[in-house]
Ligand binder design. Structure first.
Ligand code: AMP
Length: 367
């Protein structure tokens, strides 16, 4: 486990006037580079050679420098870490970073400072830990079944890790569970290893909302949370083939019964529901302070289902930037109520680094 103290010492050695923000070229990298440049930072894009062309194609989001690796996980190689440290780099973590490198390896082997609290990546990476976090925060979560024989009504079967919904399915009985599990293994959408991480949950009916939160330690313009504040900077819904299954009516082709995330669409929630969402975000932040002190800072997302008779149910939390924020490179209907200038989540992260650095408190926001 890399200690906070080590990162603090590294930051102390950094030239604060030459901080560089580094990102893996995937997920939300364009938005992050774009925002970092607006805030006046130098940027490094880390990627395999074949991605350089695409990540050079957006002039305002083109990294100032590329660090070429064979595979993303090579970022852990000593020479690459050395090069990042020599560039006074702070890495901006996102979903692909966690997926390709692995939360455990990041915590044990990655010596380069990262924006946010790296412990939140561990807490989001495991479904058991996520659930403990959400439950302790007082959020309503889907009922969980230990064994398929326990299910009542419709249930949802999912697997660990950021799989983006691939291979997930619904069941209504134990027999259906056995049958569909075998089918997915045969098709290769899941592996034996995935099957060992299976979670069976109550299927939650309603409308999905994915609010994009930011927990700031330095800027109190949002809703008070601990000694900082939380902002809602945007909202989306993920789109999956199942969302369009009606197009196959009356005999819907099997291919539509697929929960793999394929994109995102922007969303505004009925305004009074913001009361609940602000409360939920606040409780999640306060609970993180107890579970892994000093708690989560920076971007996070609650993946929720809302039903008028049941309220919000949170089925997942992401303790870092989510790809749904890519919808709002120049801000959203919510960020416009918080910032006068166009504020994407990527820019917000860079702004927090700038604020922390100017106050001489960067080590509070970076670990
Ligand atoms: P996840 O990887 O947990 O974000 O799940 C991927 C997709 O599966 C979500 O976007 C939802 O469409 C669906 N989903 C996940 N959990 C549930 C649940 N408990 N009930 C109904 N749908 C769910």
């Amino acid at each position: 486990m890399i200690e906070r103290e080590e990162i603090r010492e590294t930051l102390n050695r950094y030239d604060r006037d030459k901080l560089t923000l580094a990102v893996l070229c995937s997920h939300s990298a364009l938005q992050i580079v774009h925002g970092a440049k607006l805030e006046g930072f130098r940027t490094i894009g880390i990627c395999p050679e074949e991605r350089k062309r695409a990540y050079s194609a957006f002039m305002l989001a083109r990294p100032d420098e590329f660090m070429v690796v064979d595979r993303f996980a090579d970022i852990l190689d000593e020479e690459n870490q050395r090069a990042l440290l020599d560039s006074n780099a702070i890495v901006m973590p996102h979903g692909s970073f966690v997926e390709y490198v692995g939360a455990e390896r990041l915590l044990e082997e990655f010596h380069v400072p990262m924006f946010g609290n790296r412990n939140s990546l561990r807490w989001e990476a495991e479904r058991g830990k996520q659930r403990e976090w959400l439950e302790r925060a007082g959020l309503s979560v889907p009922r969980q079944y230990k064994d398929p024989s326990e299910i009542e009504g419709k249930a949802f079967v999912k697997f660990s890790g950021a799989k983006g919904g691939r291979g997930f399915f619904t069941i209504s009985s134990e027999d259906e569970y056995e049958m569909k599990m075998e089918r997915e293994l045969e098709r290769g959408t899941i592996t034996e290893e995935d099957a060992e991480t299976v979670t069976i949950q109550e299927f939650v009916s309603g409308v999905r909302y994915y609010p994009h939160y930011f927990h700031s330690l330095f800027d109190l313009r949002g809703a008070a949370a601990g000694d900082g504040a939380i902002e809602i900077l945007g909202m989306d819904r993920r789109i999956e083939p199942i969302d369009e299954c009606y197009r196959g009516l009356p005999d819907v082709p099997q291919e539509f019964f697929d929960y793999t995330v394929t994109g995102n669409e922007p969303l505004a929630v009925r305004e009074k529901l913001l009361v609940d969402l602000i409360e939920m975000g606040t409780e999640v932040v306060l609970t993180s302070r107890e579970l892994f002190p000093p708690g989560m800072n920076g971007p996070f997302c609650l993946e929720t289902v809302y039903h008028p008779s049941r309220g919000f149910t949170a089925f997942e939390i992401s303790g870092r930037i989510v790809a749904g924020t890519n919808l709002f490179p120049t801000g959203s209907p919510y960020s416009a109520m918080v910032f006068e200038e166009p504020m994407s989540m990527g820019r917000r992260m860079a702004r927090e680094i700038r604020d922390g650095s100017e106050r001489g408190e960067l080590e509070r926001a970076v670990y």
